[in-house]
Write a protein that binds this ligand. Structure first.
Ligand SMILES: Nc1ncnc2c1ncn2[C@@H]1O[C@H](COP(=O)(O)OP(=O)(O)OP(=O)(O)O)[C@@H](O)[C@H]1O
Ligand SMILES: [Mg+2]
Length: 449
Protein backbone atom coordinates (compact mmCIF):
# COMPACT_ATOMS: atom_id res chain seq x y z
CA UNK A 1 0.00 0.00 0.00
CA UNK A 2 1.18 3.50 -0.73
CA UNK A 3 2.59 5.19 2.34
CA UNK A 4 2.67 8.95 2.58
CA UNK A 5 5.71 10.58 4.10
CA UNK A 6 7.03 14.08 3.98
CA UNK A 7 10.38 15.58 3.18
CA UNK A 8 11.76 19.09 3.24
CA UNK A 9 13.03 20.17 -0.17
CA UNK A 10 15.17 23.17 -1.11
CA UNK A 11 13.34 25.32 -3.65
CA UNK A 12 16.59 26.40 -5.27
CA UNK A 13 18.50 23.19 -5.85
CA UNK A 14 16.22 20.33 -4.87
CA UNK A 15 18.27 19.20 -1.83
CA UNK A 16 16.19 16.89 0.37
CA UNK A 17 16.27 16.72 4.17
CA UNK A 18 14.13 15.04 6.82
CA UNK A 19 13.74 18.22 8.89
CA UNK A 20 13.44 21.90 8.09
CA UNK A 21 16.76 23.68 7.68
CA UNK A 22 17.38 27.43 7.69
CA UNK A 23 20.22 27.22 5.22
CA UNK A 24 20.55 24.68 2.44
CA UNK A 25 23.73 22.56 2.74
CA UNK A 26 23.51 21.93 -1.01
CA UNK A 27 23.48 25.44 -2.45
CA UNK A 28 23.76 27.75 0.55
CA UNK A 29 20.35 29.41 -0.02
CA UNK A 30 18.62 30.76 3.09
CA UNK A 31 15.04 29.98 3.99
CA UNK A 32 14.50 27.92 0.86
CA UNK A 33 13.07 24.73 2.39
CA UNK A 34 9.44 23.78 2.15
CA UNK A 35 7.64 20.62 3.21
CA UNK A 36 6.56 18.24 0.47
CA UNK A 37 4.64 15.01 0.75
CA UNK A 38 5.51 11.90 -1.19
CA UNK A 39 3.79 8.58 -1.73
CA UNK A 40 6.13 5.67 -1.46
CA UNK A 41 4.85 2.80 -3.56
CA UNK A 42 5.84 -0.03 -1.26
CA UNK A 43 8.77 -2.28 -2.01
CA UNK A 44 9.83 -3.57 -5.39
CA UNK A 45 8.38 -7.01 -4.59
CA UNK A 46 4.97 -6.32 -6.02
CA UNK A 47 6.34 -4.70 -9.16
CA UNK A 48 6.82 -6.60 -12.37
CA UNK A 49 10.47 -7.41 -13.08
CA UNK A 50 11.75 -6.18 -16.40
CA UNK A 51 15.15 -6.79 -17.88
CA UNK A 52 16.95 -4.06 -19.79
CA UNK A 53 18.73 -5.12 -22.99
CA UNK A 54 21.84 -3.23 -24.12
CA UNK A 55 22.15 -2.15 -27.75
CA UNK A 56 25.35 -1.90 -29.76
CA UNK A 57 25.97 1.71 -30.59
CA UNK A 58 27.06 0.72 -34.08
CA UNK A 59 23.61 -0.77 -34.73
CA UNK A 60 21.67 2.32 -33.68
CA UNK A 61 19.95 3.88 -36.64
CA UNK A 62 19.94 7.62 -36.66
CA UNK A 63 17.60 9.66 -38.74
CA UNK A 64 19.27 12.83 -39.92
CA UNK A 65 18.16 15.38 -37.38
CA UNK A 66 15.99 17.64 -39.44
CA UNK A 67 15.69 20.79 -37.46
CA UNK A 68 12.61 22.88 -37.88
CA UNK A 69 13.43 26.54 -38.40
CA UNK A 70 11.10 28.81 -36.43
CA UNK A 71 11.73 31.57 -38.97
CA UNK A 72 12.58 33.86 -36.05
CA UNK A 73 16.25 34.20 -36.96
CA UNK A 74 17.54 35.16 -33.50
CA UNK A 75 15.71 32.25 -31.87
CA UNK A 76 17.00 29.79 -34.47
CA UNK A 77 20.52 31.01 -33.80
CA UNK A 78 20.14 30.46 -30.06
CA UNK A 79 18.64 27.00 -30.57
CA UNK A 80 21.56 26.08 -32.81
CA UNK A 81 19.68 26.19 -36.12
CA UNK A 82 16.08 25.44 -35.23
CA UNK A 83 13.97 23.09 -33.14
CA UNK A 84 15.22 19.50 -32.87
CA UNK A 85 12.28 17.05 -33.03
CA UNK A 86 11.78 15.28 -29.73
CA UNK A 87 13.67 17.89 -27.73
CA UNK A 88 12.63 19.49 -24.47
CA UNK A 89 13.47 23.19 -24.18
CA UNK A 90 13.07 25.22 -21.00
CA UNK A 91 12.51 28.95 -21.51
CA UNK A 92 13.09 30.96 -18.34
CA UNK A 93 12.78 34.61 -17.52
CA UNK A 94 11.31 37.18 -15.17
CA UNK A 95 7.60 37.99 -15.25
CA UNK A 96 6.59 40.14 -18.20
CA UNK A 97 9.83 39.71 -20.12
CA UNK A 98 8.16 38.12 -23.15
CA UNK A 99 8.21 34.34 -22.78
CA UNK A 100 4.57 33.83 -23.78
CA UNK A 101 4.92 36.38 -26.56
CA UNK A 102 7.91 34.69 -28.20
CA UNK A 103 6.45 31.20 -28.00
CA UNK A 104 3.10 32.28 -29.38
CA UNK A 105 4.95 33.81 -32.32
CA UNK A 106 6.73 30.48 -32.83
CA UNK A 107 3.39 28.63 -32.82
CA UNK A 108 1.96 31.17 -35.27
CA UNK A 109 4.92 30.70 -37.63
CA UNK A 110 4.84 26.92 -37.55
CA UNK A 111 1.13 26.13 -37.34
CA UNK A 112 0.78 25.59 -41.07
CA UNK A 113 3.56 23.05 -41.42
CA UNK A 114 3.26 21.31 -38.01
CA UNK A 115 0.47 20.39 -35.64
CA UNK A 116 1.00 22.75 -32.74
CA UNK A 117 -0.60 22.93 -29.32
CA UNK A 118 -0.45 25.57 -26.62
CA UNK A 119 -1.09 24.35 -23.07
CA UNK A 120 -1.84 27.32 -20.88
CA UNK A 121 -2.23 26.87 -17.16
CA UNK A 122 -1.81 30.55 -16.60
CA UNK A 123 -4.10 32.35 -18.98
CA UNK A 124 -7.60 31.68 -20.23
CA UNK A 125 -8.33 30.96 -23.88
CA UNK A 126 -9.74 34.49 -24.21
CA UNK A 127 -6.54 36.08 -22.89
CA UNK A 128 -4.45 34.04 -25.28
CA UNK A 129 -6.74 34.96 -28.17
CA UNK A 130 -6.32 38.66 -27.38
CA UNK A 131 -2.56 38.30 -27.49
CA UNK A 132 -2.73 36.24 -30.67
CA UNK A 133 -4.85 38.94 -32.34
CA UNK A 134 -2.18 41.48 -31.49
CA UNK A 135 0.82 39.39 -32.54
CA UNK A 136 -0.27 37.22 -35.44
CA UNK A 137 -1.77 38.39 -38.69
CA UNK A 138 -3.74 35.22 -38.86
CA UNK A 139 -4.15 32.91 -35.87
CA UNK A 140 -4.34 29.92 -38.22
CA UNK A 141 -4.80 26.41 -36.91
CA UNK A 142 -3.10 26.98 -33.52
CA UNK A 143 -4.83 24.80 -30.94
CA UNK A 144 -4.87 25.45 -27.22
CA UNK A 145 -5.75 23.78 -23.96
CA UNK A 146 -6.46 25.86 -20.87
CA UNK A 147 -5.70 23.08 -18.39
CA UNK A 148 -3.55 22.53 -15.33
CA UNK A 149 -3.87 18.76 -14.80
CA UNK A 150 -0.92 17.14 -16.49
CA UNK A 151 -2.72 13.79 -16.86
CA UNK A 152 -5.55 15.46 -18.74
CA UNK A 153 -3.03 17.29 -20.91
CA UNK A 154 -1.08 14.15 -21.76
CA UNK A 155 -4.27 12.24 -22.55
CA UNK A 156 -5.30 15.02 -24.94
CA UNK A 157 -1.85 15.05 -26.48
CA UNK A 158 -1.93 11.30 -27.10
CA UNK A 159 -5.17 11.78 -28.97
CA UNK A 160 -4.39 14.84 -31.08
CA UNK A 161 -0.70 13.94 -31.66
CA UNK A 162 0.82 17.40 -32.07
CA UNK A 163 4.42 17.86 -33.31
CA UNK A 164 5.13 20.85 -31.11
CA UNK A 165 3.80 21.72 -27.66
CA UNK A 166 4.29 24.88 -25.64
CA UNK A 167 3.58 24.53 -21.92
CA UNK A 168 3.02 27.91 -20.26
CA UNK A 169 4.09 27.46 -17.51
CA UNK A 170 5.55 24.33 -15.96
CA UNK A 171 4.91 25.79 -12.50
CA UNK A 172 1.13 25.93 -13.00
CA UNK A 173 0.67 22.28 -13.99
CA UNK A 174 0.24 19.54 -11.43
CA UNK A 175 0.03 15.78 -11.23
CA UNK A 176 -2.72 14.25 -9.07
CA UNK A 177 -0.31 11.51 -8.07
CA UNK A 178 1.70 13.88 -5.93
CA UNK A 179 0.13 15.57 -2.97
CA UNK A 180 2.24 18.75 -2.91
CA UNK A 181 0.98 22.01 -4.39
CA UNK A 182 1.59 23.08 -8.02
CA UNK A 183 4.91 24.88 -8.39
CA UNK A 184 6.60 22.88 -5.62
CA UNK A 185 9.84 21.15 -6.44
CA UNK A 186 8.39 17.66 -6.61
CA UNK A 187 5.44 18.77 -8.77
CA UNK A 188 7.59 20.72 -11.20
CA UNK A 189 10.02 17.84 -11.45
CA UNK A 190 7.22 15.34 -12.04
CA UNK A 191 5.47 17.49 -14.66
CA UNK A 192 8.71 18.15 -16.53
CA UNK A 193 9.62 14.46 -16.30
CA UNK A 194 6.30 13.46 -17.86
CA UNK A 195 6.82 15.82 -20.78
CA UNK A 196 10.38 14.61 -21.10
CA UNK A 197 9.26 10.99 -21.48
CA UNK A 198 6.57 11.97 -23.94
CA UNK A 199 9.04 14.03 -25.99
CA UNK A 200 11.52 11.17 -26.22
CA UNK A 201 8.95 8.43 -26.84
CA UNK A 202 6.75 10.20 -29.37
CA UNK A 203 9.28 12.58 -30.93
CA UNK A 204 7.25 15.64 -29.95
CA UNK A 205 9.17 18.87 -29.37
CA UNK A 206 8.21 20.59 -26.15
CA UNK A 207 8.87 24.12 -24.92
CA UNK A 208 8.39 24.53 -21.17
CA UNK A 209 8.06 28.04 -19.81
CA UNK A 210 9.58 28.46 -16.36
CA UNK A 211 9.34 31.46 -14.07
CA UNK A 212 12.48 32.90 -12.65
CA UNK A 213 12.98 34.38 -9.22
CA UNK A 214 14.48 37.82 -8.63
CA UNK A 215 17.91 36.26 -8.14
CA UNK A 216 17.72 34.73 -11.59
CA UNK A 217 17.25 31.12 -10.54
CA UNK A 218 14.46 29.13 -12.12
CA UNK A 219 11.88 29.23 -9.38
CA UNK A 220 11.64 25.89 -7.76
CA UNK A 221 13.98 23.66 -9.47
CA UNK A 222 17.43 24.03 -10.79
CA UNK A 223 16.91 20.29 -11.07
CA UNK A 224 14.95 21.01 -14.25
CA UNK A 225 18.07 22.34 -15.87
CA UNK A 226 19.58 18.87 -15.72
CA UNK A 227 16.50 17.18 -17.04
CA UNK A 228 15.86 19.20 -20.19
CA UNK A 229 17.91 19.30 -23.39
CA UNK A 230 18.15 23.05 -23.72
CA UNK A 231 17.79 25.96 -21.31
CA UNK A 232 17.10 29.38 -22.77
CA UNK A 233 17.12 32.38 -20.51
CA UNK A 234 15.47 35.72 -21.25
CA UNK A 235 17.49 38.62 -19.89
CA UNK A 236 17.29 42.35 -19.99
CA UNK A 237 15.40 45.07 -18.25
CA UNK A 238 11.73 44.60 -18.80
CA UNK A 239 11.32 48.37 -18.68
CA UNK A 240 13.56 48.70 -21.72
CA UNK A 241 12.45 47.64 -25.15
CA UNK A 242 15.13 45.11 -25.91
CA UNK A 243 15.57 41.61 -24.60
CA UNK A 244 18.39 39.13 -24.85
CA UNK A 245 17.71 35.41 -25.14
CA UNK A 246 20.70 33.37 -24.04
CA UNK A 247 21.28 29.63 -24.32
CA UNK A 248 22.57 28.52 -20.94
CA UNK A 249 22.62 24.86 -21.84
CA UNK A 250 22.19 23.19 -25.21
CA UNK A 251 22.57 19.51 -25.99
CA UNK A 252 22.20 20.30 -29.69
CA UNK A 253 24.22 23.47 -30.13
CA UNK A 254 26.75 25.80 -28.61
CA UNK A 255 25.97 27.54 -25.35
CA UNK A 256 26.15 31.20 -24.53
CA UNK A 257 24.77 31.99 -27.93
CA UNK A 258 22.57 35.08 -27.71
CA UNK A 259 19.62 36.40 -29.66
CA UNK A 260 18.60 40.03 -29.42
CA UNK A 261 14.99 41.16 -29.67
CA UNK A 262 13.07 44.35 -29.43
CA UNK A 263 9.63 44.31 -27.79
CA UNK A 264 7.06 46.07 -29.94
CA UNK A 265 3.31 46.12 -29.91
CA UNK A 266 3.40 43.57 -32.73
CA UNK A 267 5.59 41.25 -30.63
CA UNK A 268 9.28 40.51 -30.35
CA UNK A 269 11.20 41.66 -33.42
CA UNK A 270 14.69 40.39 -34.14
CA UNK A 271 17.52 42.91 -33.96
CA UNK A 272 20.09 42.17 -36.65
CA UNK A 273 22.69 44.72 -35.63
CA UNK A 274 22.89 44.66 -31.83
CA UNK A 275 26.12 46.66 -31.57
CA UNK A 276 24.27 49.73 -32.82
CA UNK A 277 21.69 49.15 -30.12
CA UNK A 278 24.07 48.82 -27.20
CA UNK A 279 26.28 51.73 -28.17
CA UNK A 280 24.90 55.11 -27.42
CA UNK A 281 25.58 57.62 -30.19
CA UNK A 282 28.02 60.46 -30.21
CA UNK A 283 31.16 61.33 -28.31
CA UNK A 284 32.25 59.04 -25.51
CA UNK A 285 32.07 60.78 -22.19
CA UNK A 286 33.99 60.37 -18.94
CA UNK A 287 33.55 56.94 -17.41
CA UNK A 288 32.57 55.18 -20.61
CA UNK A 289 34.48 52.39 -22.37
CA UNK A 290 33.53 50.18 -25.30
CA UNK A 291 33.95 46.46 -24.86
CA UNK A 292 34.48 44.31 -27.95
CA UNK A 293 32.57 41.36 -26.51
CA UNK A 294 32.07 37.83 -27.72
CA UNK A 295 28.77 36.15 -26.87
CA UNK A 296 28.83 32.59 -28.11
CA UNK A 297 29.83 32.83 -31.73
CA UNK A 298 28.79 36.45 -32.09
CA UNK A 299 30.90 39.53 -31.50
CA UNK A 300 29.26 42.76 -30.45
CA UNK A 301 30.23 46.10 -29.02
CA UNK A 302 28.86 46.96 -25.61
CA UNK A 303 29.26 50.16 -23.63
CA UNK A 304 30.46 49.87 -20.03
CA UNK A 305 29.87 52.92 -17.85
CA UNK A 306 31.38 53.79 -14.48
CA UNK A 307 30.97 56.46 -11.87
CA UNK A 308 33.40 57.11 -9.04
CA UNK A 309 32.23 59.39 -6.24
CA UNK A 310 33.72 60.28 -2.87
CA UNK A 311 31.95 58.23 -0.23
CA UNK A 312 30.73 59.62 3.05
CA UNK A 313 30.38 56.12 4.43
CA UNK A 314 32.76 54.03 6.49
CA UNK A 315 32.31 51.24 3.94
CA UNK A 316 32.31 52.62 0.39
CA UNK A 317 29.81 51.13 -2.02
CA UNK A 318 30.72 48.86 -4.90
CA UNK A 319 27.75 48.39 -7.18
CA UNK A 320 27.74 46.53 -10.48
CA UNK A 321 24.77 46.17 -12.80
CA UNK A 322 25.17 43.54 -15.49
CA UNK A 323 28.49 42.36 -14.07
CA UNK A 324 29.48 39.95 -11.33
CA UNK A 325 30.21 41.78 -8.07
CA UNK A 326 33.15 39.57 -7.14
CA UNK A 327 34.76 40.24 -10.49
CA UNK A 328 34.19 43.98 -10.02
CA UNK A 329 35.81 43.92 -6.58
CA UNK A 330 38.83 42.17 -8.10
CA UNK A 331 39.15 44.75 -10.88
CA UNK A 332 38.96 47.62 -8.38
CA UNK A 333 41.67 45.96 -6.26
CA UNK A 334 43.92 45.44 -9.29
CA UNK A 335 43.39 49.08 -10.33
CA UNK A 336 44.45 50.27 -6.86
CA UNK A 337 47.41 47.96 -6.40
CA UNK A 338 48.77 47.59 -9.93
CA UNK A 339 47.89 50.89 -11.56
CA UNK A 340 48.10 53.24 -8.61
CA UNK A 341 44.46 54.43 -8.72
CA UNK A 342 43.35 55.56 -5.28
CA UNK A 343 39.85 54.22 -5.07
CA UNK A 344 39.61 53.48 -1.36
CA UNK A 345 37.15 55.89 0.18
CA UNK A 346 35.19 56.18 -3.10
CA UNK A 347 31.90 54.65 -4.13
CA UNK A 348 32.26 52.83 -7.44
CA UNK A 349 29.29 52.14 -9.69
CA UNK A 350 29.54 50.17 -12.92
CA UNK A 351 26.73 49.66 -15.37
CA UNK A 352 26.58 47.69 -18.60
CA UNK A 353 24.45 49.77 -20.96
CA UNK A 354 21.17 48.51 -22.35
CA UNK A 355 20.44 46.00 -19.59
CA UNK A 356 23.06 43.60 -20.98
CA UNK A 357 24.94 41.15 -18.78
CA UNK A 358 28.58 40.43 -19.46
CA UNK A 359 30.12 37.36 -17.95
CA UNK A 360 33.29 36.73 -19.92
CA UNK A 361 36.61 37.62 -18.26
CA UNK A 362 37.58 39.51 -21.45
CA UNK A 363 35.30 42.29 -20.17
CA UNK A 364 37.76 43.08 -17.33
CA UNK A 365 39.74 45.63 -19.29
CA UNK A 366 36.68 47.62 -20.36
CA UNK A 367 35.46 47.77 -16.77
CA UNK A 368 38.91 48.86 -15.57
CA UNK A 369 39.23 51.56 -18.25
CA UNK A 370 35.72 52.88 -17.57
CA UNK A 371 36.52 53.18 -13.84
CA UNK A 372 39.89 54.81 -14.58
CA UNK A 373 38.19 57.28 -16.92
CA UNK A 374 35.57 58.15 -14.31
CA UNK A 375 38.25 58.50 -11.64
CA UNK A 376 40.38 60.85 -13.76
CA UNK A 377 37.33 62.66 -15.04
CA UNK A 378 38.71 62.36 -18.52
CA UNK A 379 37.23 60.47 -21.50
CA UNK A 380 39.15 57.71 -23.25
CA UNK A 381 41.04 58.83 -26.34
CA UNK A 382 39.06 58.84 -29.59
CA UNK A 383 36.93 55.96 -30.77
CA UNK A 384 38.69 53.19 -28.89
CA UNK A 385 37.30 49.80 -27.97
CA UNK A 386 39.02 47.14 -25.87
CA UNK A 387 39.01 43.60 -24.53
CA UNK A 388 41.31 41.66 -22.21
CA UNK A 389 41.26 39.53 -19.10
CA UNK A 390 43.09 40.98 -16.09
CA UNK A 391 45.22 38.77 -13.92
CA UNK A 392 45.82 39.63 -10.28
CA UNK A 393 49.34 40.72 -11.19
CA UNK A 394 47.92 43.41 -13.49
CA UNK A 395 48.88 41.57 -16.69
CA UNK A 396 46.52 41.17 -19.61
CA UNK A 397 45.84 37.61 -20.67
CA UNK A 398 45.12 36.11 -24.06
CA UNK A 399 41.43 36.05 -25.02
CA UNK A 400 39.60 33.85 -27.49
CA UNK A 401 37.96 35.14 -30.64
CA UNK A 402 40.15 38.22 -31.14
CA UNK A 403 39.60 38.30 -34.92
CA UNK A 404 35.84 38.28 -34.60
CA UNK A 405 35.95 41.07 -32.02
CA UNK A 406 38.20 43.16 -34.27
CA UNK A 407 36.00 42.56 -37.33
CA UNK A 408 33.00 43.83 -35.42
CA UNK A 409 34.95 46.90 -34.25
CA UNK A 410 35.98 47.62 -37.84
CA UNK A 411 32.40 47.19 -39.04
CA UNK A 412 31.12 49.64 -36.42
CA UNK A 413 33.72 52.26 -37.34
CA UNK A 414 35.81 52.03 -34.17
CA UNK A 415 39.25 53.50 -34.90
CA UNK A 416 41.45 51.54 -32.49
CA UNK A 417 41.28 48.54 -30.18
CA UNK A 418 43.35 47.98 -27.04
CA UNK A 419 44.01 44.24 -26.74
CA UNK A 420 46.32 41.82 -24.93
CA UNK A 421 49.83 41.73 -26.41
CA UNK A 422 49.60 37.99 -26.97
CA UNK A 423 46.50 38.40 -29.11
CA UNK A 424 48.07 41.22 -31.11
CA UNK A 425 51.18 39.10 -31.68
CA UNK A 426 49.07 36.31 -33.14
CA UNK A 427 47.17 38.62 -35.47
CA UNK A 428 49.82 41.00 -36.78
CA UNK A 429 47.80 43.70 -38.53
CA UNK A 430 44.18 44.36 -39.24
CA UNK A 431 42.43 46.30 -41.96
CA UNK A 432 40.57 49.40 -40.83
CA UNK A 433 41.42 49.15 -37.12
CA UNK A 434 44.56 50.26 -35.35
CA UNK A 435 45.79 47.64 -32.87
CA UNK A 436 47.03 48.93 -29.51
CA UNK A 437 48.72 45.94 -27.85
CA UNK A 438 49.15 46.07 -24.08
CA UNK A 439 50.93 43.57 -21.85
CA UNK A 440 49.57 45.06 -18.67
CA UNK A 441 46.86 47.27 -17.30
CA UNK A 442 49.30 50.18 -16.97
CA UNK A 443 50.25 49.85 -20.65
CA UNK A 444 46.56 49.84 -21.59
CA UNK A 445 45.97 52.99 -19.54
CA UNK A 446 48.83 54.78 -21.28
CA UNK A 447 47.25 53.94 -24.67
CA UNK A 448 43.95 55.60 -23.86
CA UNK A 449 44.85 58.69 -21.78
N1 LIG B 1 0.09 46.32 -26.45
C1 LIG B 1 1.37 46.14 -26.19
N2 LIG B 1 2.30 46.86 -26.80
C2 LIG B 1 3.60 46.68 -26.58
N3 LIG B 1 4.08 45.78 -25.72
C3 LIG B 1 3.20 45.03 -25.07
C4 LIG B 1 1.82 45.15 -25.26
N4 LIG B 1 1.21 44.27 -24.46
C5 LIG B 1 2.19 43.61 -23.81
N5 LIG B 1 3.40 44.07 -24.18
C6 LIG B 1 4.71 43.62 -23.70
O1 LIG B 1 4.66 42.27 -23.47
C7 LIG B 1 5.19 41.99 -22.19
C8 LIG B 1 4.50 40.79 -21.60
O2 LIG B 1 4.92 39.70 -22.38
P1 LIG B 1 4.59 38.22 -22.00
O3 LIG B 1 3.21 38.12 -21.51
O4 LIG B 1 5.00 37.42 -23.18
O5 LIG B 1 5.59 37.97 -20.82
P2 LIG B 1 5.83 36.64 -20.00
O6 LIG B 1 7.31 36.52 -19.90
O7 LIG B 1 5.06 35.54 -20.58
O8 LIG B 1 5.26 37.07 -18.59
P3 LIG B 1 4.58 36.17 -17.45
O9 LIG B 1 5.72 35.58 -16.70
O10 LIG B 1 3.84 37.17 -16.65
O11 LIG B 1 3.72 35.17 -18.12
C9 LIG B 1 4.95 43.22 -21.38
O12 LIG B 1 5.91 43.38 -20.37
C10 LIG B 1 5.09 44.29 -22.42
O13 LIG B 1 6.45 44.67 -22.53
MG1 LIG C 1 3.48 34.42 -19.83
Amino acid sequence: MAKIHSLFVCGQCGYEAHKWLGRCPGCGAWNSFSEERFDSRGSSQGRQRREAVPTRLADVEVQAATRVATRISELDRVLGGGIVPGSLVLVGGEPGIGKSTLLLQVLGNLCRELRVLLVSGEESAAQVKLRADRLLQNVGPVEMLAETDVDAVLAAVRKSKPDLIVVDSVQTLFSGEISSVPGSVSQVREVAGRFMRMAKEDGVSVFLVGHVTKEGALAGPRVLEHLVDTVLQFEGDRNLAYRVLRSVKNRFGSTNEIGVFEMRESGLQTVDDPSALFLEDGQRSCGSAILAALEGSRALLIEVQALVAGSGMAYPKLVGTGIDRGRLAMIVAVLSRRAGLHLSGSDVFVNVAGGMRVEEPAADLAVALAIASAHRDSPLRGQTACFGELSLTGDLRFCVGAERRLDEAAKMGVGAVVLPEKNAGAIGAMNGVQLLPAGSLSAALSHVF
